[in-house]
Write a protein that binds this ligand. Structure first.
Ligand code: SF4
Ligand code: SF4
Length: 341
């Protein structure tokens, strides 16, 4: 569908928020605490943070929760009764204030969760979520969206993308999908018709730092490189990089058992953990951290483009901001590009 462009006055955003709440939508938006923004369910417009580059955690948690119960079970002798996932519990949700490097990540997650198996729980949550994103008007040295196919004003993955037109300006609203149109229909008086508006001059400047296609080709011959050891010497294997990432999707299945009853859950996992690939025999094919770091980069920049035709990185920079050992994925990708093979 063609993208519709509308103007939303700066004072109208709060009215839009109130209309969403009146229509019984749960709204998740960035809230600032101790100088860090994170997505929380919000009941009032005034609690939404505005002045932030990026939230610490990505918004993926709203659609792919950190811990999610699949089913409850009860054993009676040899019989087991199962109460499956309650799809009625998935309610209409609005994600407000998402940055373009998160919205693009939902496309990547969608490819992962519908590759060889259709994950109906993920699909139910995604289909009930409306994504109202906001372009970036500032960036930092960790951002590299433009090197991985994105940009600070990308509409990819958004239902409506808002771009603030100047420090104290109104907003350009780009209505991208039918879900976005349904939001406009709820509050049509707030979305004014507009002449063409030049949004680019209001966007953050994020210079291109590397060519991801060149890196993908180089990785085909890079598996045995000594660079992996050099790059990963600082890595603690803490998994923080995977937990904050908008595209990391690894999970573990755990039973929370209490005698004859219990629940089966999926919980986020990380390929950086030392036990991630331990076999039942005790053998671990990725027994050292350099192998685990290699897996992280190869998966995002080689295996995923090969299998899913998408890259596993949106350039949000969160992993580098969060790393306690100061590992910087951008620097590592640039160094891979610079190696002569
Ligand atoms: S956050 Fe840093 S130290 Fe922790 S696993 Fe990731 S790269 Fe290693
Ligand atoms: S790998 Fe790092 S920079 Fe890339 S999407 Fe994940 S958190 Fe963002």
């Amino acid at each position: 569908m063609n993208i519709e462009r509308r103007l939303v006055r700066k004072d109208s955003l709060e009215k839009l928020f109130d209309i969403l709440r009146q229509n019984k939508k749960t709204v998740f938006a960035p809230v600032m605490k101790n100088g860090k923004a994170s997505f929380k369910p919000v009941g009032s417009f005034s609690s939404i943070a505005e002045d932030y580059i990026q939230t610490t955690q990505s918004s993926k948690e709203v659609i792919f929760p950190r811990v999610e119960k699949f089913l409850d079970y009860e054993k009676n002798g040899k019989e087991v009764s199962i109460k499956g996932f309650d799809y009625q519990s998935v309610t209409e949700t609005v994600l407000w204030g998402v940055r373009p490097c998160d919205t693009i990540g939902f496309g990547t997650l969608n490819s992962i969760f519908n590759w060889d198996f259709k994950d109906e729980i993920f699909n139910a949550r995604l289909s009930k979520t409306i994504i109202l994103s906001f372009s970036c008007n500032k960036s930092d040295d960790y951002c590299f969206c433009t090197s991985v196919g994105g940009n600070p004003g990308s509409t990819a993955g958004s239902d409506i993308l808002f771009t603030k037109l100047g420090a104290d300006g109104d907003y350009l609203a780009e209505v991208v999908t039918e879900k976005g149109q349904a939001i406009v229909a709820l509050a049509s008086e707030l979305f004014e018709k507009t002449e063409s508006v030049e949004k680019e001059k209001f966007l953050a400047n994020v210079p291109v730092k590397f060519n991801q296609e060149e890196i993908r080709k180089k990785l085909e011959k890079f598996f045995k490189s000594s660079q992996w050891v050099e790059q990963s010497l600082k890595c603690l294997g803490c998994g923080a990089c995977a937990f904050v990432c908008p595209t990391c999707a690894c999970f573990d299945i755990q039973d929370d058992a209490h005698g004859k009853i219990g629940s089966r859950m999926r919980c986020w996992d990380s390929c950086g953990y030392s036990q991630f690939t331990v076999h039942t025999s005790g053998h671990n094919p990725r027994s050292v951290q350099s192998q685990r770091w290699r897996q992280r980069i190869m998966h995002k920049f080689s295996y995923m483009p090969e299998r899913l035709s998408v890259y596993g990185c949106t350039g949000c920079g969160r992993c580098s901001r969060a790393c306690p050992a100061d590992m910087n994925i951008l620097e590592h990708l640039i160094s891979i590009q610079e190696v002569k093979i």
